[in-house]
Design a protein around this ligand. Structure first.
Ligand SMILES: N[C@@H](CCC(=O)N[C@@H](CS)C(=O)NCC(=O)O)C(=O)O
Length: 206
């Protein structure tokens, strides 16, 4: 059985969502953040390499990094090819890799900076602010433009990269940045309405 080290509240709900989409059995080991620093605490630090979540244990495999975990789960358990294109289709596979890596590789940092800047109150760092103010619209417009042309990030079908892209959309929503990006917002709402997301939320958040 797959064990998910799940720090509330954070990215690991998106791993739980993928497990629900795939219909896999899993267990949650729940941890809580330090209420003052919002950082992880000694319990998850003892159980995982960096004290970060998601981390999964599947037999003798201990794996971190949400993108790597998603790729691993699909590679190992998506035997019908429901959540990723065939590896032999080089064009589709290249796009799949692009969007699988994009959330953590490119989109997350500017959104996270915005979140930290908001905590700085009236005196945000000018350098970081200029960077985030430029980068956030760059990324959200890219997604918005693509989602004007297709309902999911790889086309007509919900696939694994949609999990990470929805995480990006959820950060934009939380920061109050999603408003101008109507297609991204509609995509976000559509994915939040999926039964597997609702099951993940009921199990991992509520
Ligand atoms: N790049 C990693 C990031 C993991 C990460 O930073 N997770 C956050 C939760 S959203 C965490 O564990 N934070 C606790 C801390 O850093 O103290 C991934 O994609 O899994």
């Amino acid at each position: 059985m797959i064990l998910v080290h799940h720090l509330r509240i954070g990215r690991s709900i998106f791993t739980v969502w993928l497990l629900e989409e795939m219909g896999l059995d899993y267990e949650l080991k729940v941890y809580h953040r330090n209420p003052e620093t919002f950082r992880s605490q000694d319990d998850i630090k003892a159980a995982t390499p960096l004290g970060k979540s998601p981390t999964i244990q599947d037999g003798d495999i201990l794996l971190t990094e949400s993108g790597a975990i998603a790729a691993y789960l699909v590679d190992r358990y998506d035997t019908d090819g429901k959540f990723a294109p065939a590896r032999s289709d080089h064009k589709a596979w290249a796009e799949y890799q692009r969007w699988l890596h994009y959330p953590e590789g490119s989109a997350f940092l500017p959104l996270f900076l915005k979140m930290l800047l908001a905590r700085e109150g009236d005196n945000p760092s000018a350098v970081f602010k200029a960077f985030a103010d430029g980068e956030v619209p760059l990324h959200l417009s890219l997604l918005d433009k693509r989602l004007a042309e297709m309902p999911y990030i790889l086309g007509d079908k919900f696939q694994v990269p949609d999990i990470g892209i929805t995480y990006v959309a959820s950060m934009a929503e939380r920061l109050g940045e999603i408003g101008p990006y109507k297609n991204l917002k509609a995509y976000y709402d559509r994915n939040m309405d999926r039964e597997a997301w609702k099951r993940a939320k009921a199990r991992a958040v509520e």
